[in-house]
Design a protein around this ligand. Structure first.
Ligand code: CA
Length: 220
């Protein structure tokens, strides 16, 4: 899953990127409202963390523009302390959740998990597909209760498929959701990750849909 962080304060931006990355996500960062708006409009993020007080274009305006353009992805806004009006304006502008600064990274990660879960229609922090379980809190996967040892890329591929069970996911889509923007992307490497995952998973769980992509087989 791929997250955009829009935060102008350098130290906090770095903490957010590192904290969210450590939870198994890939992260892009923008340091002002104009860049943030552009990235959120043009790249397929799974969720966005958006500061309200931003240079060049404030967060409320950024959010309103995304929503006006039909972008429905989950957005968590960051507000300054004692600014209840910001929260009201943010929620009215289309925010799905908010956090007041300062906050604990664990709380931010829990709220992000909940937003991504709800956006995909999943009720639990544990995603289950046949014998396969993905615990989004610990970023671990297991088969029949036995933990799998996965590289970070293998985990990202599997997590994206687990969030979209039964759906055909193209290589291009997988590539966009497992790499950050500045990464030199090569959709051929997705095939390599899929091949490695298949060796660790029960046969038939990841299907190849010829010419279209991959599908996590829900029927198992
Ligand atoms: Ca700010």
């Amino acid at each position: 899953m791929r997250i955009l962080v829009v935060e102008d304060e350098p130290t906090l931006a770095t903490q957010l990127v590192e904290g969210i990355q450590s939870a198994g996500y890939v992260v892009d960062v923008a340091h002002n409202g104009v860049d943030g708006h552009f990235m959120g409009e043009t790249e397929p993020y799974d969720a966005i963390v958006l500061d309200i007080g931003l240079p060049q274009m404030d967060g409320i305006t950024v959010l309103k523009k995304w929503r006006a353009a039909g972008r429905t992805l989950p957005v968590l806004i960051l507000t300054a302390r004692d600014t209840w009006r910001e929260k009201v304006a943010g929620i009215d502008a289309g925010a799905d959740d908010y956090l007041t600064k300062p906050f604990h990274m664990e709380e931010l990660l829990a709220r992000l998990r909940a937003l991504i879960r709800r956006a995909g229609g999943h009720a639990s922090t544990e995603l289950v597909c046949g014998p396969l379980t993905l615990d989004t809190r610990s970023s671990r996967a297991s088969v029949d209760g036995t933990a799998l040892t996965l590289t970070s890329h293998e985990y990202r591929v599997l997590a994206y498929l687990m969030h979209h069970p039964g759906e055909i996911v193209s290589r291009a889509e997988l590539t966009e959701h497992i790499y950050a923007q500045d990464f030199d992307r090569d959709s051929n490497t997705v095939e390599v990750f899929i091949a490695r995952l298949r060796k660790k998973l029960p046969p038939g769980l990841i299907e190849t849909v010829r010419g279209l992509g991959y599908r996590l087989n829900k029927a198992q």
